[in-house]
Write a protein that binds this ligand. Structure first.
Ligand code: CP
Ligand code: NVA
Length: 333
């Protein structure tokens, strides 16, 4: 089960009135995809698929009735925020959206105090911010599930819903050649984690200087039963690909590098010529928001191989599954 099911560093066990020891299962978080086992992921795909089917049939679920989800976002968001909020509302719960700029945390109240106080009010916390360590600090001090909704380092829930989308379109994800094209960024890192856990065939084509973190790659190769490789040659990478995935060249927080990155990523635009080198039934993915005619050609994004709208939709269904599993697990403790 979830590798962080053991509280990672409870600050003061006496605060909880219980002795924390290594055997006590406290809660599950999703901070990175390395927190999940293969079976955890398969269970989430199954549950999200089931919840999606029920929703499409007009069945109204309310298994989180009376439960409250908190969201703290330090970066912009359309899909992740709205899909988490809609998901929680659709399964009977309610949502409080918080901007950390409005909270006492902006006036130096420590994260450890914020996390413990919020744990007394809400049932789960979704955080989007810059620092992965900050999300980990929330998780360490909260006794409710903490969900990473994107950091500079990872975007785990994005990749969970992306995998669900691949399963829907291709029947499975393990046997597919999945190509990451572009920046070795937070989404790419979560793909590397997923590849290690699930045993995927993942090829990352990134320009020199923008390749994913070496240590992360080494860990994935050591842990994984699939294959993860990196190349600087986009044409070679996409040959016979079943899935081609791209993302912006300058992520949130890197806006001032945009001009230099556009130069460095020359030849990495996902255009029709690259698509033509892939398998005939290749699907094109992008987590969005997209910069048209920068990392992806407009006609590819809007073209018949693109599944980006299904991909965006599945964030709703996957987030329902994530909330159900994490919150119900914590209530059963
Ligand atoms: N894909 C994604 O996370 O989109 P948002 O930034 O709009 O949440
Ligand atoms: N890599 C992008 C993903 C946005 C969903 C970013 O961090 O801005």
């Amino acid at each position: 089960m979830w590798r962080n099911a053991i509280a990672p560093c409870q600050p003061d066990p006496k605060l909880y009135g219980v002795e924390i020891n290594e055997e006590v299962v406290v809660k599950k978080d999703i901070l990175t995809l390395s927190d999940l086992t293969r079976q955890d992921m398969i269970d989430l795909f199954d549950l999200a698929g089931e919840l999606k089917a029920r929703y499409k049939q007009g069945i109204v679920d309310d298994f989180l009735k009376g439960r409250v989800l908190g969201l703290i976002f330090d970066k912009h968001s359309t899909r992740t925020r709205v899909s988490f909020e809609a998901a929680m509302n659709q399964i009977g719960g309610s949502v409080i959206y918080m901007s950390s700029g409005d909270m006492q945390i902006a006036r130096d109240e420590p994260v450890k105090d914020t996390a413990r106080v919020l744990s007394r009010y809400i049932d789960a916390l979704v955080v989007r911010t810059y620092s992965q360590e900050l999300i980990e600090a929330y998780a360490a001090y909260a006794d409710i599930p903490v969900i990473n909704a994107l950091s500079d380092r990872y975007h785990p829930c994005q990749v969970l819903s992306d995998l669900l989308t691949i399963i829907e379109h291709k029947g499975e994800c393990e046997g597919q050649k999945i190509v990451w094209l572009g920046d070795g960024n937070n989404v790419a890192n979560s793909w590397i984690n997923a590849a290690a856990v699930l045993g995927l065939n993942l090829v990352l084509a990134c320009p020199k200087g923008y390749q994913p973190d070496e240590e992360l790659l080494k860990m994935a190769v050591a842990q994984g039963h699939g294959t993860v490789s990196v190349t600087g040659d986009p044409r070679e990478a996409v040959r016979d690909a079943d899935v081609i995935y791209t993302d912006v060249w300058a992520s949130m927080g890197q806006e001032n590098e945009r001009a230099s990155r556009i130069k460095a990523f020359e030849g990495f635009q996902l255009d029709n010529e690259l698509v033509s080198l892939a398998a005939d039934d290749v699907v094109v993915m992008h987590c969005l928001p997209a910069h048209r005619d920068e990392e992806i050609a407009e006609d590819v994004l809007e073209g018949e191989r693109s599944i980006v709208w299904d991909q965006a939709e599945n964030k709703l269904h996957m987030h329902k599954a994530v909330l159900k599993v994490l919150i119900e697990n914590n209530l059963s403790q």
